[in-house]
Design a protein around this ligand. Sequence first.
Ligand code: 3PG
Ligand code: CO
Length: 539
Amino acid sequence: GFSWKLADHPKLPKGKLVAMIVLDGWGEASPDKYNCIHVAETPTMDSLKNGAPEKWRLVRAHGTAVGLPTEDDMGNSEVGHNALGAGRIFAQGAKLVDLALASGKIFEDEGFNYIKESFANNTLHLIGLMSDGGVHSRLDQLQLLLRGASERGAKKIRVHVLTDGRDVLDGSSIGFAESLEAELSDLRSKGIDAQVASGGGRMYVTMDRYENDWEVVKRGWDAQAVKKLREAPGANDQYLPPFVIADESGKPVGPIVDGDAVVTFNFRADRMTMLAQALEYEKFDKFDRVRVPKIRYAGMLQYDGELKLPNHYLVSPPLIERTSGEYLVHNGVRTFACSETVKFGHVTFFWNGNRSGYFNSELEEYVEIPSDSGITFNEQPKMKALEIGEKTRDAILSGKFDQVRVNIPNGDMVGHTGDVEATVVACKAADEAVKMILDAVEQVGGIYVVTADHGNAEDMVKRNKKGEPILKDGKVQILTSHTLQPVPIAIGGPGLTAGARFRKDVPSGGLANVAATVMNLHGFVAPDDYETTLIEVVD
Ligand code: 3PG
Ligand code: CO
């Protein structure tokens, strides 16, 4: 039968401290002035790269290597940390929704049948990110959902849109709004009362995560009650203020009322669970909801399997079980995980297969350092890197842990602002945090693994196929999003067995190969169904 017990590694010892460091948004790209990692002073990461060639390599962090539909899909933190922690590649939300829409199964399952009850007499509301970024949602999926629902009886549909500019170019929301409007007008020509009802910029309205700032969610909620249509000033897509569409008499065209159906059409969880709580929970104390309509609510996916949030959903999320974290804890590995709020769930929830909480609270400690809230991260590009470094250093020196696992967010969070200068400062701060952790690893005779979840800061400009910046009105277009680039991985430290090195026979290795590698460094052989290890030990 099944057993959690891992076999002993024939050549690698147990009991060494392993520091697993994930730099968020830190890809590898050619030197260039828009490569902030290259421009920044990053002596620690440089020394890993320029050290022993058998201890540094690149791994794939995008597309099918992390369970996304195509090789054109850039990596992201959810799929990256899922792969890092689970050691296997799972078809991710983006792909599962594609398949369910293509087969039509989405319209036959429980979730859709549940919301369908409202179609005859009430409105169907669709809330989510209007984007083709493919990180949280996709516009083509929304279009198929709109069509499918209207063909199955939805007569009145209201769409509540969050503009992106973070996974896609700033300003692209106008084009997406036009495509959506074309779709809605097509539905109207078929006699369906379909229109956009409210919205706002994703980072200012609704899509907060890990309870960093409930005000963000509240703004989206309030957009439902406020009876005014606000003209959005020249703000950027991510931070567009909330708006409500009203009719000639000033009445909002699409408030959510008793009996309505609501679908949040994002497939990714982290930035939807807060809204899902506000929509679903009877008891809720994060802000005053004022009016709590009795609705039929379904998520595109279930966003939290443990909390069963939401209860109803259109597509089943990937079932990610037997993650490396769970195995290691069962094999006595005492684990410390740390990041600041905005990435905390990445090294815990995502790492553990979209599961919240500890596997064994006696052996694990997860530390969250509060992020700054109410600012954009280019204002404070150092973020909490120093604090993460310090806490992790202390955890290493305490001798209480066999693994410390951290996410250092700077390259990603500042990279998303599109502020090149600030991103350079961010990269330097991330490098300093790595140094602090590596110094502690050195002191205790431990081992380090340094990698990243996907690219971002290494390329801040949109390029053509030849790799040259694309000019628009003589200016480059700043890339706020992630990239398709591979990411570095380095191993080392005084505790690393002599002769341990990267194998040459896994050239297309990706993030999912890291879990088996880390298990080896803890002295174990990974389970058979895990993607193969990246390392070997030569005598
Ligand atoms: C976000 O949610 O901030 C971006 O859409 C994706 O960034 P992440 O995958 O690095 O979290
Ligand atoms: Co990101």
